[in-house]
Design a protein around this ligand. Structure first.
Ligand code: FNR
Length: 359
């Protein structure tokens, strides 16, 4: 059984949470969340890539209270961080996605609901309340089912669509098999089709041969801005700009899909070059520190996404645990901005970072 505790948690570092969550989560749930694909090289590299870039502080810069607020596609955020879409929060907590959506809103961050959530987009929106929210879709085989999901999301107050393009085949996540773990009883999908004509469809079954026509479909059917999630090359980023995407989301799915694809932080600068400031860039995968948020913004990201630490916070304290994860990251970002000498998020530029020099 997934935990159900609702309590304040004391987060000293996001990195501590994995070990703490392992103690309260059933083994299959923990390894489903924590694991990566293949040899987990990309999973490790996501965090290791940050060690190759240092922050060069500007002291005596007269900054009194750093301002972490920002705006992305019209959403006003208290910090430049969003909750990356993750399926099946029921593995982490009995309240499923409701706690994550509530805790994210309480922190003034943006919540991205996955199409493969255990709760429905409507129930998650209710828990998110007046918080900012986007809807992430795995494009299904049947465009009618895609249309239904897009329209439900729009009606429930989601203000942008995120089309994930890096999961047209399931990554080889081997931990559970290697450890001999059996999946728990199915937790249910909240976004099963409503229309009888779509019976038998499943949000987890995706169209394999995705193209930009599917991006255009999402734009047309939702009438909302569409971001493409899973971009790892400047070529695709430039094409997203050309095809009228509202944003590029640099991600390797937290090292869960194509192992030996690059760390997102390593490819961010060349993607930022290709985008040339024309549309916002979101980046996720391996971000665990305020210093990581700062370095991503310095190298061209508008906002960063975090994944696993939020599910660990959820497991440990429900909505309050999720809020505490954001508050810790915000406190570290404020400290980093203060010590680096940057008064506001828009002032964090490449001038503040440099390659780490190793002797
Ligand atoms: C994910 N991710 C993901 N991405 C997506 O577009 N749709 C999804 O349904 C899921 N599901 C999912 C489940 C779990 C348990 C995890 C850990 C991740 C990927 C997610 O959006 C994000 O890209 C990564 O989690 C970011 O990496 P970190 O912060 O977890 O290292």
């Amino acid at each position: 059984m997934a935990p159900s505790s609702e309590q304040k948690i004391n987060v000293i570092s996001l990195r501590d949470l994995e070990r703490q969550a392992e103690k309260v989560l059933p083994p299959f749930g923990f390894h489903f969340i924590a694991g990566g694909s293949g040899d987990e090289w990309t999973l490790r590299e996501n965090e290791a890539a940050f060690d190759r870039v240092v922050i060069e502080p500007r002291f005596l810069s007269g900054v009194k209270v750093p301002d972490t607020t920002t705006t992305i596609l019209g959403a006003k955020l208290a910090l430049p961080v969003l909750a990356a879409p993750m399926g099946m929060h029921g593995f982490a907590h009995a309240g499923k996605e409701a706690g994550t959506a509530k805790g994210t809103a309480a922190a003034g961050a943006l919540y991205v609901t996955p199409s493969v959530s255990n709760l429905s987009v409507e129930d998650i929106a209710a828990a998110n309340g007046t918080g900012a929210r986007w809807f992430q879709i795995y494009f299904p085989e049947d465009p009618g089912y895609a249309r239904e999901q897009l329209q439900r999301a729009k009606a429930a107050g989601y203000t942008a669509i995120v089309l994930t393009v890096d999961a047209t085949s399931f990554g080889n996540r081997e931990r559970a098999a290697r450890l001999g773990l059996k999946p728990p009883p199915h937790l249910g999908f909240g976004n099963m089709p409503k229309s009888p004509a779509l019976a038998g469809q499943n949000p987890d079954l995706q169209k394999k041969d995705l193209t930009f026509a599917d991006v255009a479909f999402c734009q047309k059917e939702s009438g909302l801005p569409v971001l493409v999630k899973g971009v790892l090359t400047p070529g695709l980023a430039a094409e997203c700009v050309k095809q009228g995407c509202a944003g590029v989301w640099v991600s390797n799915h937290g090292g869960r899909q194509l192992d030996h694809s690059p760390a997102t932080f390593a490819v961010l600068p060349k993607i930022a070059d290709a985008v040339g400031g024309k549309i916002p860039i979101v980046v996720d995968s391996g971000i665990r520190r305020g210093q990581d948020v700062f370095r991503c913004l310095a190298l061209g990201a508008s906002v960063v996404g975090i994944g696993r630490p939020l599910l660990y916070g959820l497991a440990l304290g429900g909505a309050q645990g999720v809020e505490a994860v954001f508050q810790r990251l915000k406190a570290e970002l404020v400290m980093t901005m203060q010590l680096a000498g940057t008064a506001s998020v828009d002032k964090i530029t490449a001038d503040y970072v440099a390659p780490a020099v190793r002797s």
